[in-house]
Design a protein around this ligand. Structure first.
Ligand SMILES: Nc1ncnc2c1ncn2[C@@H]1O[C@H](COP(=O)(O)OP(=O)(O)OP(=O)(O)O)[C@@H](O)[C@H]1O
Length: 289
């Protein structure tokens, strides 16, 4: 099942154009949506989860017209927001049971089986009678995925899921997401470039409400082959390098700025060619947009 977006436009009352004639096609599997703050990712995610309307354009998940028939979409939507809020004093089992009722699973026996199955799937069965409030960040995200899976969704939207998770929790969360992504469109909206490289078959970079890059992570990385150079410089040189070179990023290494520069040839003395990364792609696209 494909998700097809055509010419989506959204301008807020304050005049900010958050979606600017955005078109995109996404097939099943994990899709990474990257973009800097304010790029319009959340506006797009809210539109696809039918929480917000667009001014114009169309969006289809298979046969379902998301804009004209939001109720049909909601039946096949799993949504994990950035902060998965939980009620105080509720156990993992009670929480999933409650959400299953809200999603229309009314038969008690069926619900019990579903809740047990989901708890096992996200590896929280042992913790089923513990209060979710006391769970770690990663455990909360896993229960968030479990609730998003209720009702056999065809579209799963996950907003900034690994912010604040330690590396072990992040790994567990990634493995779980990769497992559920078979046959379902999973959109992972994030500004963590590594998450997209590790997890997603396809990706896009968004800025100023538009898609500025679209493809497979390795494919977009290969486009920068032989074009990325690095050099360790002094702080006071940074401005002049920005004036004379296409600097795509700078980060501190041992207290000094390490700059990455885009160039078809060796830019100047002291530069070394490096293998491009998805981070280089990200910065080169958003800095030239
Ligand atoms: N309800 C709103 N009213 C007015 N402007 C808004 C509203 N929501 C978002 N914006 C503006 O629209 C633009 C896109 O915001 P959006 O939240 O979609 O971006 P984002 O890519 O999700 O950013 P972040 O990564 O910071 O969450 C920003 O300039 C933002 O300030």
């Amino acid at each position: 099942m494909n998700l097809i977006l055509n010419n989506l436009n959204k301008t807020y009352a304050n005049g900010v154009k958050a979606l600017d004639n955005l078109s995109l096609e996404i097939s099943s599997g994990m899709f990474g949506l990257l973009g800097p703050n304010g790029a319009g990712k959340s506006s797009l995610m809210r539109t696809l989860s039918t929480l917000q309307e667009v001014d114009s354009g169309s969006a289809f998940l298979g046969e379902i017209d998301i804009i004209k028939n939001p109720i049909a979409l909601r039946k096949v939507l799993g949504y994990l927001p950035q902060e998965f809020g939980v009620y105080p004093k509720i156990t993992a089992r009670q929480l999933l049971d409650h959400i299953a009722i809200l999603k229309g699973v009314s038969a008690k026996k069926e619900r019990k089986e579903l809740v047990n199955y989901l708890l096992q799937k996200v590896n929280l069965y042992d913790k089923r009678n513990k209060e979710v409030k006391g769970f770690s960040g990663g455990m909360k995200q896993r229960i968030g995925i479990a609730q998003a899976l209720i009702g056999n969704p065809k579209l799963i939207i996950v907003d900034e899921p690994t912010a604040g998770l330690d590396p072990g929790e992040r790994n567990r969360f990634h493995n779980l997401l990769a497992k559920v992504a078979n046959d379902v469109v999973v959109i992972l909206s994030t500004h963590i470039v590594e998450d997209v490289r590790e997890l997603c078959q396809n990706m896009a970079i968004m800025n100023h409400g538009q898609i500025i890059c679209h493809g497979k992570p390795q494919q977009v990385i290969d486009e920068l082959h032989n074009k990325v150079w690095e050099k360790l410089i002094h702080h006071h040189e940074l401005e002049s390098y920005h004036n004379t070179h296409t600097v795509i990023s700078n980060k501190m290494v041992g207290g000094k700025p390490l700059i990455h520069v885009l160039s078809d040839e060796k830019p100047s003395e002291g530069f070394q060619q490096v293998s491009p990364t998805l981070e280089d792609v990200f910065f080169s696209k958003i800095n030239n947009n």
